[in-house]
Design a protein around this ligand. Structure first.
Ligand code: URA
Length: 220
């Protein structure tokens, strides 16, 4: 349970089990990545459950029937925040091969905890922004600053907030509140709301630096 109408915590038993694996500091990068992928499928189940459908006639080998297919004039855009978000986009591509992928390059200034942009090839204007469904992907919703900047990018292109979903593994209450106060209609899908941020902007208990754990760059 949480107090936000658009925040969905996927506390499925398989999410809980795999979260315990990725939180463990002794988990290797290989096992970390495979556990994240298992959680990601469950997060995407929730993040895509309200995609709109339309009817289509299909001929089976026996007869014709009506089938539901994804609405053809909607465009799904997967927007992983580099670099940690890449682990989500592998799975997103797998289950939505028709989606467009728009990478967002941002890193966090460790002193100010503010995001610094370094890559953005998203078109200046979108045709039919109301038909775009945006999935912004970042494993850790910490201060909320990167998430807010990424969402702002699409809102400024006239994509309705309700069409934007932010998918994370773990969220901090501070980041969730900040994001919700600015964008209450954006859906947030996460596997856990943790306790708090530490002074360096890391989520407690969290799992450490997600990018380092995924890409095996943890310095001891
Ligand atoms: N980014 C991470 O990778 N981990 C945190 O705990 C916070 C931000």
């Amino acid at each position: 349970m949480n107090n936000y109408k658009n925040v969905f915590v996927v506390n499925h038993p398989l999410c809980c089990h795999n979260l315990s694996i990725i939180r463990d500091k002794n988990t290797t990068a290989e096992v970390f990545r495979s556990a994240v992928k298992r959680i990601t499928y469950l997060l995407f189940y929730k993040a895509t459950e309200d995609l709109e459908l339309e009817e289509k006639d299909v001929n089976t080998p026996l007869e014709s029937c009506k089938c539901n297919v994804l609405k053809s004039d909607n465009e799904v855009i997967i927007a992983p925040i580099l670099r940690a978000g890449l682990i989500f986009s592998d799975i997103a591509n797998d289950i939505m091969p028709f989606a467009t992928v728009r990478h967002i390059g941002m890193y966090r200034d460790e002193d100010t905890l503010t995001p610094i942009w370094y890559y953005n090839k998203i078109p200046v204007e979108f045709d039919n922004p109301e038909k775009k469904i945006i999935l912004i992907l970042d494993p850790m919703l910490a201060t909320g600053n990167s998430a807010i900047d990424a969402i702002k990018l699409f809102v400024n292109k006239k994509v309705p907030q309700k069409n934007i979903r932010f998918v994370s593994l773990i969220s901090a209450p501070e980041g969730l509140k900040k994001l919700y106060d600015i964008y209450p209609d954006v859906k947030i899908i996460t596997a856990s709301i943790d306790n708090c941020l530490n002074d360096s902007g890391y989520i407690r208990p969290g799992l450490g630096d997600a990018g380092d754990r995924i890409f095996n760059t943890v310095e001891n």
